[in-house]
Design a protein around this ligand. Structure first.
Ligand SMILES: Cc1cc2nc3c(=O)[nH]c(=O)nc-3n(C[C@H](O)[C@H](O)[C@H](O)COP(=O)(O)OP(=O)(O)OC[C@H]3O[C@@H](n4cnc5c(N)ncnc54)[C@H](O)[C@@H]3O)c2cc1C
Ligand code: FES
Length: 254
């Protein structure tokens, strides 16, 4: 059940170039949220009428979100200081199913690691594949995942090879090797569509269930405006309400 929260910013710090970690004071939201759900943030300025959707990345010690500055809204968000009150509609969307009892592989690219972090906090056993453009864009994710009790292994890829303990290349390049090295009960993925496509095909080829978390431009975030619709084999679905998480077999890959 989503609600409006008036939550104070506890901190809003740059953790990599143009990537910010936002911590808000919202204990009730932390209790209500399921892994993979998101928030619609109303920016405190008349310039911005539409809320901005951001994933709820962590509820372990307060509510944390990670966002990349891409346009005017996220740029404005990055200027907000500790103590500012944000109006937040949350938690929204379905979240991951979380019904697998054995080890899950989490494969994420860029800001797609955010919902996967919330999964790793709640499950018993996971391995994590972190993909990013460069060293700066993977290091802060490694720091978030590495302390979680459920995390058994972390694999890293960077597009430019600048993280020397990881591989050069993309998430999908590394995936077959990781899948062959351990027994997984499912794969959860979030990132660019092309990456998730590759991850889903690999999971299906290995007979594993796969859940994908999609990002689409949103307006209402509540299923009313249809701006976030995608095609599935079961017809048009709304990413904000029916998703953002879908079964890979349900998605229409045409
Ligand atoms: C379910 C969901 C979860 C998300 N989680 C995260 C996250 O954890 N971290 C993160 O960095 N980003 C996340 N995004 C993307 C984030 O919403 C956009 O980057 C952000 O809205 C851009 O706003 P802007 O004003 O800076 O950009 P502008 O391009 O100026 O935005 C113009 C309008 O388009 C919308 N928009 C632009 N890009 C996107 C996008 N990719 N997805 C949805 N709406 C968009 C904006 O909300 C705004 O209404 C998520 C998107 C969705 C749908
Ligand atoms: S954003 Fe309005 S229906 Fe999804």
């Amino acid at each position: 059940m989503s609600k409006i929260f008036e939550s104070e910013i506890k901190s809003n710090v740059e953790v990599a170039p143009a990537i910010f970690k936002l911590e808000i004071d919202a204990p009730e939201l932390a209790k209500l949220s399921k892994p993979g759900q998101f928030a619609q943030i109303q920016l405190p300025s008349e310039t911005f009428t539409l809320r901005r959707p951001i994933g709820i990345a962590s509820t372990r010690k307060g509510v944390k979100m990670f966002y990349r500055v891409v346009g005017d809204g996220t740029k404005f968000l990055s200027t907000l200081k500790e103590g500012t009150t944000l109006n937040i509609l949350a938690p929204l969307g379905n979240g991951f199913s979380m019904h697998y009892s054995h080890k899950i592989l989490l494969a994420g690219g860029g800001m797609g690691l955010a919902p996967l972090l919330s999964v790793a906090e709640k499950l018993r056993e996971v391995e994590v594949l972190i993909g990013g453009r460069n060293k700066d864009e993977v290091i802060f994710w490694i720091r978030e995942f590495v302390h979680l009790p459920a995390v058994r292994s972390i694999f890293v890829t960077t597009d430019d090879g600048s993280y020397r303990y990881g591989r050069t290349g993309f998430v999908v390049d590394y995936l077959p090797e990781i899948m062959a090295s351990s027994k997984f009960s499912a794969v959860y993925t979030c990132g660019p569509d092309v990456m998730m496509h590759g991850v889903a095909l690999e999971a299906i080829a290995n007979g594993l269930p796969c859940e994908l978390s999609f990002e689409r431009r949103m307006a209402c975030g509540l299923g009313a405006c249809l701006s976030c619709s995608i095609d599935t084999i079961n017809g048009r679905k709304k990413v904000c309400k029916d998703g953002p998480v879908f079964d890979a077999k349900e998605f229409n890959w045409d």
